[in-house]
Design a protein around this ligand. Structure first.
Ligand code: ARG
Length: 246
């Protein structure tokens, strides 16, 4: 009977799966990171990363779902197979490369400190006079701040946030004196008129890539091929212009 049931089930599955059904891959993404990932006014996933991945999926013949995730747990979620990849402004760092694989780089950033427009202190002063500096938990910005604090020269307090958006809200109302973030995001903020960049951290630049589980070479290849095609296609510039990415 068990055999009969399994044969019948297999048959039913075969019949119900349309021929050539596309593979569905889930992109884990933090939507508090405009213009790379955010939710638009009608509640739909939007942003540079979202549209690039949608283009790649169409081109490479798979389907993609964008699953909102907390940044801090995003790599553990990938390795626990809750999501299949991460296209979310993630820097391909050496320590992350030990636990996930990254595609080719698609964008380069540095770390900067954003303050309210009327602040007059430079980066160095802000970081040596006991100020409150915000950053998103689990990011390279937070890592950088912690590394600085470990040296005697610096004196400030780190205030960690679940999203970069939240740190910017607190910056706006004066709860923190500065917020450390990727230059890509700071560029967008500076257009607002309320903020400016107090300076860039003296660190090597970082490169964004999409992360997949180690050993998932099938998806890594699809994403790499798709990214390569996209970056050679006129659509690459169209999307960069649309989201004002430089
Ligand atoms: N690039 C930085 C990092 O990889 C910050 C990324 C934050 N991305 C995001 N979607 N919140 O740590």
């Amino acid at each position: 009977i068990a055999l009969l049931i399994s044969v019948l089930t297999a048959f039913a599955c075969l019949c119900l799966t349309p021929a050539g059904a596309k593979e569905v891959y889930i992109n884990g993404i933090d939507f508090g990171f405009p213009p790379f990932g955010y939710v638009d006014k009608s509640g739909n996933p939007a942003g540079f990363d979202v549209e690039c991945v949608n283009w790649i999926a169409k081109e490479m013949g798979f389907e993609v779902k964008h699953q909102p995730m907390d940044w801090d747990g995003i790599i553990p979620a990938l390795n626990a197979k809750k999501i299949d990849f991460i296209a979310s402004g993630m820097s391909a760092t050496e320590s992350r490369e030990k636990i996930v694989n990254f595609t080719m780089a698609y964008y380069e950033v540095s770390q900067v400190l954003v303050v309210l427009k009327d602040r007059t202190e430079d980066l160095n002063t802000l970081l040596t006079t006991g100020k409150k500096i915000g950053s998103q938990r689990g990011t390279t910005s937070t890592k950088r701040l912690k590394d600085l604090l470990a040296t005697e020269k610096y004196k400030f307090e780190i205030v960690e946030y679940d999203s970069t958006d939240l740190s910017i809200e607190d910056l706006k109302i004066g709860r923190i004196d500065g917020s450390a973030m990727d230059s890509s995001i700071a560029y967008e903020l500076n257009k607002d008129g309320a903020y400016k960049t107090a300076g860039a951290f003296d660190v090597p630049t970082e490169k964004y890539g999409y992360a997949v589980r180690k050993g998932d070479d099938k998806l890594l290849n699809l994403l790499n091929q798709g990214l390569k095609k996209l970056m050679a296609d006129p659509q690459w510039q169209v999307l960069k212009d649309k989201y004002d990415i430089h």
